[in-house]
Design a protein around this ligand. Structure first.
Ligand code: M6R
Length: 611
């Protein structure tokens, strides 16, 4: 939620900041702003996209070698020019950008109002910068100390950057609960919510930890924690290539990411599976082999698409490793009083590794003594740093807000985890593992083949682009695929869609079916095939329009469905990896045909760092 960029060095800051904001726009895109120091602080901000800000700032003085920028996803105060960041202190000396939520802002604001502060926005952020100003006025503290004192008074999550006209050779950055990366160059530093705005300038980065404050000058970086103890930062080398952040000839990032799946699934399996000898190797969790042998229960926590991947994981882990699995929405889990013991293993799944609810669920489970594994995509994000162990999905940067390649990579990792645990516990035979891994190894080619249905899917999309509702139905591990198909359609095309276990249809949703209602079935030739056929007949009997995802060569479903999309034959365990592909494509094409903003759907942001 919200992207922040900062620069201090010898180059013009504005182009760096604007380019960085474009890269971070996936985090929020309802308004944007920049602040530059050129003798004094200049602030330009505007409701709308980063491109609207650029248009607005054309022709004004954009000089300055220190600058910062913000792209917003509104929490406190509607998207508007005045609520856009940066925000300034009453005396205009101080300026701030902020990602996160100051939970006790109302109480602080009341005190400041009583002292005569005047606020120009509805945001919690403006309250924080007024608090810093107030502390300086009351105590005479220098800016560094005043920021530290202020941060000790606020409750909530933040990643902030502050600049001051009193000390125009310094940026102050701090984090608690919201990510912040510092790029280390020669005589220059970069600050950003993630490494994507930094990678073209330097590969050396420092991931700021919670409760750390960085005092940054052109040739000097000092990091202290909020209690004033000096920290020794660790400089990481980025493994990120610039071309990963470009559209590469595709119209949208989402389409590029859909087409990247053969590669991303292959990368996710690389060095981890040995089909010939029937072995799975997961370096990130190997220290926990004993734990896995004796684990009584696994709890998966996640949100959104990652939660759907967790549901697929439940089927696979229970089927092969024979360990009971519970899949929980992180947001519900954290506010219950869940029964968790030291014997439990919690697997937290998150593409971004920054989702606030998932992080809180991890902290809760940790307090209760559980072992926590992370399944994350963004290397160095917060979740991999607070979990005991984990497995990266290695899907590469996912920029489209709608998750596609991250989902299939998560499912792939969970498949590997299921086989790994099964191997440790002896619940799978060597020959079965050889057979499954041999087939899994072929999945990237089969995904490639499934992508071949694109044009056909586009024609189907044309027929249903004006639908107002849609049902997605599947059984077994195709039920979470149905949920994921429905989520994709709602989030990018704004068509109301529901995913259901196919058998549940009779318990309510069947009432919705009429000749207007498209019903997407995942009807592959596996264990529930006959049952799903009965469900299709029930829909057809009520004149619903059936679009079925079927196994290549199927004739039975073809005879009764209105439209079919074939996917290659595979073992039931791997159907989610293939059946997801046409569902992603259908949502993509419908959204494009409806003129929707595919990569940046309304009201959404890629990483939800607020609860
Ligand atoms: O980064 P995470 O995987 O933790 O994010 C969880 C959800 O916010 C995310 O999957 C969301 O549902 C996507 N927009 C789905 O496409």
């Amino acid at each position: 939620m919200c992207g922040i960029v900062g620069y201090i060095g010898y180059r013009d800051a504005y182009p760096i900041v604007i380019k960085g904001l474009h890269r971070l726009e996936y985090r929020g895109y309802d308004s944007a702003g920049v602040a530059l120091i050129d003798k004094d602080i200049k602030v330009y901000k505007k409701a709308g996209k980063v491109s609207d800000l650029e248009e607005f700032a054309k022709g004004v003085n954009l000089h300055g070698t220190i600058g910062m920028g913000h792209t917003r996803w509104a929490t406190h105060g509607a998207p508007s020019d005045r609520n856009s960041h940066p925000h300034s202190s009453g005396d205009r000396r101080l300026t701030i950008i902020h990602n996160g939520i100051i939970e006790n802002y109302a109480v602080i604001k009341e005190t400041l109002l009583a002292k005569g502060h005047i606020f120009l926005s509805d945001t919690d952020t403006e309250v924080l910068i007024h608090l810093v100003e107030d502390i300086q006025k009351e105590t005479g503290l220098d800016l560094r100390e005043a920021v530290r004192v202020a941060l000790n008074k606020v409750v909530g999550a933040y990643a902030i950057v502050i600049m001051s006209s009193d000390d125009p050779d310094q940026l102050i950055a701090a984090r608690k609960g919201s990510p912040l990366v510092i790029g280390v160059g020669e005589g220059e530093y970069f600050i950003a919510s993630d490494a994507t705005p930094i990678v073209e300038y330097t590969k050396n980065v420092i991931y700021l930890n919670d409760n750390e404050i960085a005092y940054i000058r052109r040739n000097d970086l000092l990091i202290k924690n909020i209690d004033n103890t000096v920290q020794t930062p660790y400089i990481h080398e980025l493994d990120l290539k610039l071309e990963m952040l470009e559209k590469g000839g595709y119209d949208h990032f989402m389409l590029k990411e859909i087409y990247e799946q053969p590669r991303s699934i292959r990368d996710c399996m690389r060095g981890r599976i040995y089909p010939k000898i029937g072995k799975v190797q997961l370096g990130g969790i190997k220290e926990y082999t004993e734990k896995l042998k004796n684990v009584d229960r696994i709890i998966i926590v996640a949100c959104g698409t990652s939660w759907h991947a967790g549901l697929v994981g439940e089927y696979l882990i229970e089927e092969y490793a024979r360990v009971p699995v519970e899949v929980e929405y992180a947001s519900e889990f954290r506010y219950r009083n869940p029964i968790i013991t030291e014997k439990d293993l919690v697997i937290a799944i998150s593409q971004s590794g920054e989702t606030a609810d998932t992080m809180a669920a991890i902290e809760l489970a940790k307090e209760k003594g559980a072992t926590i594994f992370g399944v994350c995509n963004v290397v160095g994000a917060s979740i991999p740093r607070i979990t005991h162990a984990g497995v990266y999905t290695h899907a590469g940067p996912e920029i489209g807000v709608a998750s596609t390649k991250a989902f299939t990579a998560q499912v792939t990792v969970l498949t590997l985890i299921a086989f790994y645990i099964a191997q440790q516990r002896g619940t799978i035979t060597q020959s079965k593992l050889i057979e499954l891994l041999t087939e899994l190894n072929e999945i990237p080619e089969l995904v490639e083949k499934a992508l071949g249905s694109n044009e056909h899917v586009q024609q189907i999309a044309e027929k249903f682009k004006d639908s107002r509702n849609c049902l997605f139905l599947g059984r077994g591990s195709s039920f979470p695929v149905a949920l994921e198909g429905a989520l994709k359609l709602k989030e990018i095309s704004y068509i109301h869609a529901e995913g259901y276990p196919a058998a549940e249809m009779k318990h309510g949703p069947i009432a919705l079916i009429d000749e207007e209602m498209p019903v997407v079935f995942i009807a592959t030739k596996h264990s529930s095939y006959e049952k799903v056929i009965s469900n299709i007949q029930e829909v057809k009997a009520r004149k619903g329009k059936v679009i079925a995802i079927v196994t290549e060569g199927d004739t039975d479903v073809k005879a009764m469905a209105d439209y079919v999309v074939e996917i290659p034959q595979t073992d039931e365990a791997f159907v989610p990896l293939l059946a997801t592909i046409p569902l992603q494509l259908i949502s993509y094409h419908i959204a494009v045909m409806r003129g929707c903003n595919v990569d940046q759907p309304r009201n959404l942001a890629k990483s939800v760092t607020v609860e």
